[in-house]
Each structure stands twice: as C-alpha cells, then as structure tokens.
Write a protein that binds this ligand. Structure first.
Ligand code: SAM
Length: 308
C-alpha cells in the first residue's frame, strides 16, 4: 500500500536487510488488496476507458501480481479476457489460483511463474515462448524491484499487441495513518518513518542484480519504451478514523515489518514509540487507538502501443 514496501526479511544470506521474503508477505499483500478493492475496480474500469473501444481485450498480464487481487479484478472487468498473473513467488501464484476459484473466476485466471527480468526475454514475434502477447499489461509496485527499470518497461511494451495499454502503478504518496502528535514520543514519527523507508529503498535498489540508476520520470520512461498517449491518474484510499479491525490489522503488520527492517536507524525514543504502537494491550496501540486512519495515494502511469 505504501509506495515502497520496506518489508524485507533477512534470508540469512546475501543482502540481509533488503532481501524480501514474498511468501511471508502473502497475507499482508492480500489484505492490502482487499482494503483497496473498490479502488482497484475503479482503476480497471478507467483502464478500459483508456483502451480504444473497438479493441478486443483477449489477454491481460499482471506483472509481479502478488496474491492476484488485481488479476481477479481484471477477470471480472474484462469478461472476454484471460487474466494471467506473472510472479516469481510460487506461493503467491497458488494463492492467486485459490482466490480465483473462490470468486468463481477459475478458467479465466491463469498463472505464470517467471523470475524477472529473465522471464521477460525470449518469445518470437507472435509472443510465443516469453510472456506471450497481451492487450493490457498491469504492473503494481513490482518494476521497482527490478535492477534496470527502463529495460523492464521496454520489454513489457514489446509484448503489447498494437493498440494495447501498459499501466504501471509506481508513484503516489507515502501512506499516512497517524496524526503528527500522537501523545507518545516525539511528534512527527510518520515523517521520520518515511525518511528511513526511503533510505532502505535506496539500499534495496542499489543491491538489485543489474541495478541501474534512472531518473524516475515514469511518463518519460514509457515514452522511451515507444509508447504514445502517455499520461497518469491517481487513486486515493481514504479510510477515516475510527478504523475497522481489518485496517488495524493491516497497519499492525505494516508497523511490525517497519520495526524489523528499520530498527537500527531509528533513535531509541522512536523505537519505544513503535513498541507502544505495536502493543496489542495498550490503549495507545495501533489496534486500539481511536485516531488511526488510513490515507494513501497511488499513481498509475499509462501508455499505448500504436495501432500500427
Ligand atoms: C510489492 S509486491 C506487489 C504485489 C501486487 N502487485 C500489489 O500491488 O500488491 C511485489 C511483487 O513482485 C514480485 N517480484 C519481485 N521481484 C520479482 C522478480 N524479480 N521476478 C518476478 N516477480 C518479482 C514479488 O513476488 C511480489 O509478489
């Protein structure tokens, strides 16, 4: 939900602080998707409007699909299409299939295990062998986990059929869920958490295989990938206080991961504040305090492959 998932769990090898165990994240990613479901449905409808009404949408790819919440939304929205979840984590693809079956969408949702960027390569001019050709490609918060983001966009644009649309959800605002002064610790905790997440994100990107710096001007990157009609729109998740249990559980998990990943760069007072926020029994804890809300903005950048 936050624009960056500062959510790594050390694997005990390599980059302990930025290697991410996506299997462990499964439930949290699905909860995040559930909280955003009405917005995801509106986003899918918006993407349909951006496509030429004459264009038949037969195949949709969801790149870095996680638990497949959006893949299933696409299957619902585009009744004539096959929606394919593409991810490098087998457990998340299993979750996607289970979700599709639960929603009565099995048969219309397929999964493809692929480690990117390798999985982007290959395939002939008909799209056979690689990811296969697609009319709509969606990727949310996944391209930033690839070393060379421009190369990834180039490859995705390359498998679009003429008139097809590429949409990447990569921008927005950091998630906000607490007032500036929460009555414990030093005011401004959220801003400091944002700063340590940015720091984590920078290290995470630098440690990716083939890490390449690029000015993250997503419209310019989509244009360089050969797409036209480039633009963006933003959707807002606005859950006011008091939050229900699902949103509180999401925030508790979010803060737990933050505590695990950024602990050593927080000062002692902020660490104590996080402990109180995470304490299930504390009235000031995130599970009980009345002032917690959930506000986040996600920007989607889009571009079209010319019809000829
Ligand atoms: C932050 S999650 C986003 C999930 C979902 N799209 C969403 O917006 O909630 C990133 C996803 O990308 C996948 N991923 C990360 N790096 C990958 C790679 N190199 N190849 C394939 N999938 C990858 C992870 O398994 C995970 O499901």
């Amino acid at each position: 939900m936050s624009s960056h998932h500062a959510s790594g769990h050390g694997h005990g090898h390599g980059h302990e602080h930025t290697d991410i165990d996506w299997e462990v994240m499964a439930a949290q990613l699905e909860n995040s998707g559930e909280l955003q479901l009405p917005l995801l449905r509106r986003t899918a409808a918006r993407l349909r409007e951006l496509l030429d009404p004459e264009k038949e949408v037969r195949r949709i790819l969801d790149i870095g699909s996680g638990p497949g919440v959006m893949t299933c939304v696409f299957a619902e929205t585009f009744a004539g299409a096959e929606a394919v979840a593409v991810d490098g984590t087998p457990g998340l693809l299993e979750r996607t299939l289970a979700r599709a079956e639960r929603l009565g969408l099995d048969g219309r949702v397929a999964v493809r295990h692929a480690k990117l960027p390798e999985g982007l390569d290959g395939g002939d001019e008909h799209g056979e062998g690689g990811l296969g050709a697609a009319d709509l490609i969606w990727s949310s918060k996944a391209v930033h986990h690839l070393g060379d983001q421009q190369r990834a966009l180039d490859a995705l644009a390359g498998v679009l059929r003429p008139g097809g649309l590429l949409a990447v959800a990569e921008g927005g605002l950091p998630t906000r869920f607490l007032p500036r002064d929460i009555g414990i610790g030093r005011p401004g905790l959220q801003a400091r958490l944002d700063a340590v997440q940015e720091h984590w994100f920078e290290i995470m990107r630098a440690e990716l295989p083939g890490s390449t710096s690029v000015v993250e001007d997503w419209p310019a990157m989509l244009s360089r990938a050969g797409l036209t009609g480039v633009g963006s729109f933003t959707f807002l998740l606005d859950l006011p206080a008091p939050l229900d249990e699902t949103a509180r559980a999401f925030l508790h998990a979010h803060l737990t991961r933050l505590r695990e990943t950024v602990n050593e760069v927080m000062d002692a007072e902020d660490r104590r504040t996080l402990d109180v926020l995470l304490d299930p029994g504390a009235p000031e804890g995130i599970l009980r305090r009345p002032d917690a809300f959930l506000l986040s903005a996600t920007t989607v950048f889009t571009g079209v492959r010319s019809a000829r």
